[in-house]
Design a protein around this ligand. Structure first.
Ligand SMILES: [Zn+2]
Length: 512
């Protein structure tokens, strides 16, 4: 790792670009700076694990670019007006902004809890309306847009060469798929592939004045306008989930490149893979849909972060109970090793430079977090000393965001030591909660702290009687300290880990 902008003699950082379908050496518009736009949430409901994966992936991109010496200007938008937001605000009888703000707060809180660094700017659609209208006017003036009965549309046939840039679809494939019904669009469109830039308001909908009548923007033009409003005519990285490639991002290519007449507007298109749960695509109808808050009820936020980063960002990820348990084990080992190293007075006798080089090579290879985490696991299992604490802080902490604050870890260690001392005193008090669940007692019974933790662990694992504020209470530092203490007690083998209990959600899936 370096504190200065990269020089040509350092191995190049290579980034997979969806448009060119290859990993390319990162070359930025401005030396030492990266401009990055990632499509943000549409805040109509609480954020889910698909969101967590996306924003964790780009958090690591952000962190590694900064660690490599780049100054990153990171923009992430909020699509704060949308049909789904309006449906919910109608059903609740509140203004759309109430629904949007509530879910934006939920998102930011969840991201903070998972150690996601904030972006530099969070533009909102409702604060960018004049710029969106300007962009549509420019497209109309250049002959790329037309006015239909119900709004303004982008005319695909005015830029046929830009079709299928991210997905490889051709106009012919789409025509064949449409069965020749291209004229039968059911709206004010001339062609079914054209897409809305401005939608005229239906009665009672919130709307803004425009040259074409009161209405609101189409989804795709919003991101084109918000990104170019901030960066000008070109920027380096545009990110988002795999499912946004078409139509959202291909529409952005049409709009942004036809408006600016520069190609490419975006240097690198980056897309993260899907999240599956138990082999199925996560969906509300399958009952395997996890909001981030749901997940926090059963998994420690940073252990979840560990799990979500342990697969390279472009690959799909399958969250099975075994996979999550395995990630939690590795995470606990990492935090335990970090705590031991923090309390160590001497340096290890291990040369960590090779591990640093392999870690950097992995991250330079399109942000391969899996390979980078294997290096961390190797260091954790082979070395202990004050230099290891520094190494882990840089690599596992600064770059991957996997470590809790050192104060929390030290507080957990101190609590564990006092619990251990209690046990060493040889208390003969009984251990009713454990005995009731048939857990064999070996050795002296842990008292106060350990028993309390056992009860906490049991309730937070079953999910049925989780005590208020288990992992769901983002703001409580006490819960995180308890987590480290629990981890520590397990390591000291003072308590017996409880087998994971089937959750209500798992039962629901099993019953289907
Ligand atoms: Zn977008």
């Amino acid at each position: 790792m370096t504190d200065k902008p990269r020089s040509p003699d350092i191995m190049p950082l290579r980034v997979y670009d969806t448009r060119s379908r290859e990993k390319r050496e990162l070359s930025t518009l401005e030396d030492g700076r990266v401009s990055m736009y990632v499509c943000g949430i549409t805040p109509y409901s609480p954020s889910h694990l698909g969101h967590a994966r996306c924003y964790l992936a780009f958090d690591v991109v952000h962190r590694w670019l900064e660690a490599s010496g780049y100054d990153v200007d990171y923009v992430q938008n909020f699509t704060d007006i949308d049909d789904k937001i309006l449906d919910i605000s109608d059903s609740e009888g509140v203004d759309y902004s109430v629904v949007a703000n509530r879910n934006i707060d939920d998102y930011l809180e969840a991201m903070d809890t998972m150690n996601v660094l904030r972006a530099d700017h969070y533009p909102r659609v409702t604060e960018t309306i004049p710029e969106i209208i300007d962009m549509i006017s420019t497209l109309e003036g250049k002959g790329h847009a037309y006015v239909g009965d119900d709004g303004v549309y982008f005319e695909i046939d005015t830029a046929p060469g830009k079709f299928g840039q991210l997905t490889g679809q051709t106009l012919e494939m789409v025509r064949a798929g449409a069965g020749g019904r291209v004229a039968d669009t059911g709206s004010g469109k001339r062609d079914h592939r054209d897409f809305a830039l401005w939608k005229l308001a239906k009665p009672g909908e919130p709307s803004w004045e425009s040259p074409w009548g009161d209405g609101r923007p189409g989804w795709h033009i919003e991101c084109s306008a918000m990104s170019l409003n901030h960066f000008g005519e070109q920027f380096d990285i545009h990110g988002g989930g795999h499912d946004l490639r078409f139509p959202h991002h291909e529409a952005e290519i049409f709009q942004s490149e036809c408006c600016t007449e520069s190609e490419p507007v975006v240097g690198y298109w980056m897309h993260n893979g899907f999240v599956n749960v138990d082999g199925e695509k996560m969906s509300k109808s399958l009952g395997n849909f996890w909001t981030i808050r749901d997940a926090f009820e059963h998994h420690e936020p940073l252990a979840l972060r560990y799990a979500l980063l342990s697969v390279p960002y472009r690959n799909p990820i399958d969250l099975t109970p075994e996979f999550l348990e395995d990630a939690a084990t590795h995470f606990n080992r990492l935090v335990g090793a970090y705590g031991d190293s923090l309390s160590s007075d001497s340096e290890s006798e291990t040369d960590l430079s090779g591990a640093s080089e392999r870690f950097a090579a992995a991250m330079d290879d399109d942000f391969n977090t899996r390979a980078a985490m294997i290096e961390i696991q190797a260091v954790v299992s082979s070395a202990n000393g004050s230099d290891v604490a520094v190494w882990l802080e840089r690599h596992a902490g600064d770059v991957l965001g996997l470590l809790p604050p050192s104060e929390d870890v030290m507080a957990g260690l101190a609590q564990a030591d006092s619990a251990r001392a209690e046990v060493a005193e040889g208390s003969t008090r009984c251990w009713p909660s454990a005995r009731a669940r048939g857990i064999p007692r070996t050795g002296p019974a842990p008292t106060r702290s350990a028993t309390r933790l056992l009860r906490w662990e049991s309730s937070s694992r079953t999910g049925q009687t989780a005590r208020p504020g288990a992992w769901t209470d983002y703001s409580s530092s006490e819960t995180s300290t308890e987590g480290w203490l629990l981890m520590r007690l397990r390591m000291l083998e003072l308590i017996t880990p409880i087998e994971p209990t089937t959750t209500t959600r798992e039962k629901k899936i099993a019953a289907q």
